[in-house]
Ligand binder design. Structure first.
Ligand code: WTA
Length: 662
């Protein structure tokens, strides 16, 4: 990797020599406490065959995996199943009264949902969807707040074999519309509104705008959450309770081939067009269940809480499918950590005696900022394992989490994975792996990763490069919806050698192996930013900016931010007579929010007469990053317009953080 900033970060990380082996006490109770599991994982076929017994198969698979059509994998070839039978039916039968979700509303309202309740509700919604014409293979879009009907919606689709396409409730109507149209979804499931930080998000209103330009949508199902009056179009729109209450609570699960798609989830890449990542049924089910059980040391009686929104992949795998297949009790919390006060998470942990917490580094850094008085108000001693995901966690935040949330006794599991990988890939096993603050440690058993140089050669310990995955894995994305060539091109072209039948998955992340072979993630090496653990492409934001009538050209970079990981810094040139003032900054930020969603709003916008470009006309984002982070400017000799950078640097300094990232 050539990126100087990342290398300096890693040098600092390498001074990090603290080791935290699992305590004897933890080991004694852990499901897995011996490193033999890593040896077992080396025999891929046997290992993943064994793990497949976590799933209820309608018909056993003939072969563990088939890589003959690489990079398009097949797992559990010819196996038949419906994932909801593993997630619901077996528990509804064996432990009907066991709690699947403790739902905690943002305003303090609660619901307790048993496995039998969940089973029935899913069957009812599946019957409803079926009555509305949804069949196996049809796509259903879901755009909801964090309420129990959200997991129900995913599971009802899965019951019918209709791939769900969830769009995060923080995305704009434009983003929703694009995703509905790309997937040609037939039905949309949404809410009237959702609660968010004490306020309301008008989901149905946003959905209405999207559906106006989404010809494939035949029906919209609306869950009443706040009871706000919403516009309902006769024949197209239906209230959830009107349909579902009357529906039968039994519904046979559609028999799916292991390779039938389970869901599509859109994610940002290096172009402005989000990619519809397609996940299949059998491999995903095994991968999500195995990793959830092992990484969080899940046991009967645990109360597990993943704070991620179901709208992201973490919610799919670790709020819905993984925990339910493992039959665990989960907390489902609707709102934000600061409502009504900054101790809400800690209050919830105390109230439900949460045993595993899975959250994001950006939240942890925010908690640090708020101070230890908030967690100290509550009894957090029920916690056993605490996890993080979404972005690199800095050692200070790791230590704070370990000390003040984990009471210096809970293993911290820093888990690396992606929408495309489907499930956790690199993470400690809490009863086995010695952790180091800031490192995701090593690949899980049965997963092969490496760090390679520009030519694809494995780098020695102590060096950095690109993170790659060198062997297919069960939950791997199968393709990009309707675009298999793009799938091959984006993920499999950089380091693969098809002529030697060598296929290497490139994750887009930089990483370093330390002297003990531990992996330290360094962030994205492409034009993807990571804002509070959410992937946003620079090009998406640039095209949203250029879409505004005043903007001629825009360049966007992610600059380091102590809380959100990265913050979006935009550089904009305006058309002829436009005036770059504070009012326009506000307008542009709102414009991006309406095009993509609030998470994509630039934290700072600098107006400039020109953008720094190479002689071939390519925008030099590296320089803009230097400027945004107020670093010594790198080499400018290749620029066609070298003087412009100093001017931009002056302006950037003046305007930095004038507008907060909120
Ligand atoms: C980043 C989220 C460092 C990484 C599950 C990856 C991480 C992207 C970690 C995927 C981690 C995720 N340490 N970086 N523990 N976990 N990332 O698709 O850059 O929303 O490529 O999936 O987040 O983001 P995605």
């Amino acid at each position: 990797m050539t990126d100087g900033e990342n290398l300096s970060t890693i040098e600092a990380l390498f001074d990090e020599n603290r080791h935290f082996p699992p305590s004897e006490e933890f080991k004694a109770q852990a499901n897995i406490s011996s490193s033999e599991i890593y040896d077992q994982g080396k025999d891929m076929v046997n290992y993943w065959r064994t793990q497949a017994s976590r799933i209820t198969w309608k018909k056993p698979f003939a072969k563990v995996f088939d890589w003959s059509n690489a990079p398009y994998a097949k797992w559990y070839v010819d196996g038949k199943l419906n994932i909801t039978e593993s997630a619901l039916d077996i528990h509804a039968k064996a432990t009907p009264d066991k709690i699947a979700y403790y739902f905690e509303g943002e305003h303090g309202d609660t619901r307790v949902i048993t496995y039998l309740d969940l089973y029935k509700e899913v069957c009812k919604l599946a019957n409803t969807l079926s009555d509305l014409g949804v069949k196996k293979g049809d796509r259903v879009a879901i755009y909801m707040g964090m309420i129990p009907e959200f997991p129900v919606a995913l599971l009802a689709c899965a019951r019918l074999g209709a791939p769900h396409s969830v769009v995060f409730g923080g995305f704009s109507s434009d983003a929703l519309k694009d995703r509905i149209n790309d997937a040609s979804a037939k039905v949309l499931i949404t809410c009237d509104e959702s609660w968010r930080n004490g306020g309301r998000v008008a989901l149905k209103e946003l959905a209405d705008v999207a559906v106006l330009e989404s010809p494939s949508i035949e029906h919209v199902i609306v869950v009443q959450r706040t009871g706000a009056s919403v516009n309902m179009i006769e024949g197209r729109d239906h209230f959830y309770h009107d349909l579902v209450t009357a529906a039968s609570d039994e519904r046979d699960a559609e028999e799916m081939d292991s390779e039938d798609p389970l869901f599509i989830l859109y994610t940002s890449g290096t172009t402005a067009r989000p990619k519809g990542i397609v996940h299949s049924t059998g491999g995903y089910a095994v991968g999500a269940a195995t990793t959830h059980s092992m990484v969080f040391d899940i046991k009967d009686g645990d109360v597990y809480w993943c704070t991620a929104d179901v709208g992201w992949v973490t919610g799919h795998s670790y709020v819905v499918y993984g925990p339910l297949i493992n039959g665990v009790t989960s907390v489902l919390y609707e709102g934000v950590p600061q409502f009504p006060d900054k101790d809400r998470y800690w209050e919830i942990i105390e109230k439900y005696k949460v045993t595993q917490l899975y959250t994001a580094p950006t939240s942890i850094r925010t908690f640090m900022k708020w101070g230890t008085e908030y967690p100290k108000k509550h009894d957090l001693t029920s916690l056993k394992v605490i996890g993080t995901v979404g972005e690199p966690i800095n050692p200070e935040a790791w230590m704070w989490y370990y000390e003040f949330i984990g009471n210096s006794k809970c293993p911290v599991v820093d888990t690396w994975w992606q929408t495309e990988t489907g499930h956790i890939m690199i993470s400690p096993l809490p009863g086995v792996t010695t952790t180091k603050p800031g490192s995701a440690t090593v690949a899980l058993p049965g997963i092969n990763v490496d760090v390679v140089d520009e030519d694809g050669n494995s780098v020695p310990n102590g060096s950095g490069g690109y993170l790659v995955i060198t062997h297919p894995w069960p939950g791997m994305a199968r393709t990009i919806f309707k675009d298999p060539d793009r799938f091959k091109d984006v993920y499999w072209s950089k380091f693969s050698k098809p002529e030697e039948n060598k296929w290497v998955y490139f994750a887009g992340d930089g990483a370093k192996k330390d002297l003990e072979g531990y992996i330290w993630l360094l962030g994205r090496v492409d034009d993807v930013m990571n804002i509070s653990g959410h992937r946003i492409s620079t090009l998406e934001v640039e095209s949203a900016l250029v879409d505004h009538h005043a903007v001629a050209e825009a360049a966007v970079v992610g600059r380091n931010d102590p809380t959100t990981g990265q913050a979006i810094a935009a550089f904009v040139t305006l058309k002829g007579n436009e005036k770059g003032d504070d009012a326009l900054i506000l307008e542009l930020r709102n414009h991006v929010a309406s095009k993509i969603g609030k998470i994509a709003r630039p934290a700072s916008i600098v107006f400039t007469d020109e953008l720094p470009k190479t002689r071939s006309g390519k925008i030099m984002r590296r320089l803009l990053r230097d400027i945004s982070e107020q670093r010594q400017l790198g080499d400018v000799t290749t620029l066609a317009n070298a003087d412009v950078v100093h001017e931009i640097a002056e302006r950037a300094k003046a305007s930095q953080d004038k507008v907060s990232s909120e």
